[in-house]
Design a protein around this ligand. Structure first.
Ligand SMILES: [Zn+2]
Length: 207
């Protein structure tokens, strides 16, 4: 019985590629927090359950173990000599999943950043974390620009809709007075034209 438990636990460890609170993950979180960033962790409501989500910067960060996620040309990623086919298949699958998750997030307007475990070793850590912070800030600026552009486009559409409505009204007015259209016909015609498509709501599509 005890042996079965061990096997189960082993299986759990191996099947969960996104294990929580790994040392590299905690390191990145602490560094970001110390730099003044605020974020959510292990966000299950987003594709792939990103490790760190910075809503204000519309950025999702994945801290990837080099082996499980198959970091190419990396000293931490080498396929075991035994069961090689099994491992290759497993890691290929993880890589495909990572790529699919990134696309799903990007189509929802998220900027995806991957931090590899190997880039957090003592020799590269400082550089990696500084680059990460810079990247997040840049993402935030881009996000603000995107939002401003969306807002401007929305206002433009509203203005166009209003202008076309005004044109139509003045034309109707002209026709009514020229041909002396009775009030009840005017009313019926106005009721009939109820379909101006003026977009409403804000362009801010936060998830
Ligand atoms: Zn690596």
């Amino acid at each position: 019985m005890a042996d079965r438990m061990t096997a189960e636990r082993r299986h759990r460890c191996m099947s969960h590629i996104r294990s929580r609170d790994t040392a590299p993950e905690v390191l990145v979180r602490k560094a970001l927090f110390a730099s003044g960033f605020r974020f959510r962790v292990n966000v299950t409501s987003l594709p792939g359950t990103p490790d760190i989500v910075l809503g204000k910067y519309r950025t999702a960060v994945f801290v990837n173990g080099c082996f499980w996620h198959g970091h190419e040309h990396c000293r931490l990623y080498s396929i075991p000599k035994t069961n090689t086919g099994f491992w290759m298949q497993k890691i290929q699958r993880n890589r495909r999943r990572d790529a699919a998750v990134a696309i799903r997030l990007q189509t929802r307007g998220w900027k995806v950043v991957t931090v590899w475990e190997c880039s957090l070793d003592t020799a590269h850590r400082k550089e990696t974390l500084e680059a990460l912070a810079a990247r997040i800030r840049k993402n935030g600026e881009e996000y603000m620009e995107e939002q401003a552009a969306r807002k401007a486009a929305l206002q433009e559409r509203r203005a166009q809709a209003a202008a076309s409505k005004a044109r139509k009204n003045s034309l109707s007015e002209e026709i009514y007075s020229r041909y002396n259209v009775p009030r009840r016909i005017r009313k019926a015609s106005e009721d009939y034209e109820c379909g101006y498509d003026i977009p409403s709501g804000t362009p801010d599509g936060q998830d």
